[in-house]
Design a protein around this ligand. Structure first.
Ligand SMILES: [Zn+2]
Length: 239
C-alpha cells in the first residue's frame, strides 16, 4: 500500500505525480507513477453521514471533497462506495440493549465496534455528498446493506466471506492498480486498500495527513502477515 499525500497528487493530476517528502525510502522505490487506463480511483464513503453535521462525522471530513474533485479527472476509471445500512443494523449500538456507541460486541464473525445509527438506506444522511462532482464515476458499490453484517471494506464484508462484487468488476475492466481516497482513512479506506491487495491489485492510499502515517504502519503490519510480499510505499516512492 502506498500513501500519497493528496495535495501532492493534485499538483500533478493528469500527468506524473510530483515527488513528495517522506520519512524513509525503500531500496526498491519506483519513482514516477503515471495514471493510465489500468488504474481506478476508488472514492470511499464520501457521504453526508461522515462529514460534520452527519451522524458519524469525521472531523473536517468535508475538506477532502475539493481535493477529490480536482484529482478525479486524471482517472478514466472512478468508482464510489456508499455505506448503506438497514434500520436496526447490527453495527448500531442502538441494536444492542445496554451498549453505547464505540463499545464493542462479539458477533459470529468476530468483534464488532458499535456505532451511532448512521448511513441508513434512503435517508439524506446516507447520500453521497452533493459537493462531490465526479460525473464520469461508473459504479457505486453499496456496502453494509445486509442487516447482520457490517462492512468497512469495499471488497469483502465483515464476515470476510460476503463479497461486494468490486473485485470482479475491476478484473473485468482490466484494472491493475487501485488508488483509494475518502472517509475515514483509518477504517474504510484502510480496509479497502488491504483487501485490494489481497485481491491481487496494487493499492495506493492517497492521504495528506502526516499524522496518519503511523496509523497506516499499524495496518501494514497486519497486511504483512496476511499478504505475501506486500508492497509498502512511502510518499517518496512517487515522483
Ligand atoms: Zn457503517
Amino acid at each position: 500500500m502506498a500513501i500519497v499525500r493528496r495535495r501532492e497528487f493534485l499538483a500533478a493530476a493528469g500527468g506524473a505525480l510530483t515527488c513528495m517528502v517522506g520519512r524513509s525510502l525503500p531500496a526498491w522505490a519506483q519513482g514516477r507513477i503515471k495514471v493510465s487506463e489500468l488504474d481506478v480511483l476508488a472514492v470511499i464513503d464520501v457521504q453526508n453521514c461522515f462529514v460534520p453535521g452527519g451522524t458519524l462525522p469525521v472531523p473536517e471530513g468535508d475538506k477532502i471533497i475539493p481535493l477529490i474533485n480536482a484529482m478525479a479527472p486524471a482517472f478514466q476509471n472512478v468508482v464510489l462506495t456508499q455505506d448503506w445500512h438497514t434500520p436496526g443494523h447490527i453495527s448500531f449500538a442502538s441494536s444492542h440493549p445496554g451498549k453505547k456507541p464505540f463499545e464493542s460486541v462479539t458477533l459470529p464473525y468476530g468483534t464488532q465496534v458499535l456505532w451511532p445509527d448512521h448511513c441508513i438506506q434512503g435517508t439524506a444522511d446516507a447520500e453521497i455528498h452533493r459537493d462531490l462532482k465526479i460525473p464520469h464515476a461508473a459504479l457505486i458499490i453499496r456496502k453494509g446493506h445486509r442487516r447482520h453484517v457490517d462492512s468497512y471494506s469495499a471488497f469483502l464484508e465483515a464476515d470476510r466471506g460476503t463479497r461486494t462484487g468490486l473485485t470482479g468488476y475491476l478484473q473485468e475492466r482490466g484494472i491493475r492498480r487501485v488508488f483509494l481516497v475518502g472517509l475515514a482513512t483509518d477504517f474504510c479506506v484502510a480496509w479497502s486498500a488491504l483487501d485490494a491487495r489481497r485481491a491481487g491489485f496494487e493499492a495506493y492510499v492517497i492521504e495528506d495527513a502526516e499524522d496518519l502515517w503511523d496509523a497506516f504502519r499499524k495496518y501494514d503490519d497486519v497486511a504483512a502477515r496476511a499478504v505475501a510480499q506486500p508492497k509498502i510505499l512511502t510518499p517518496r516512492d512517487l515522483s
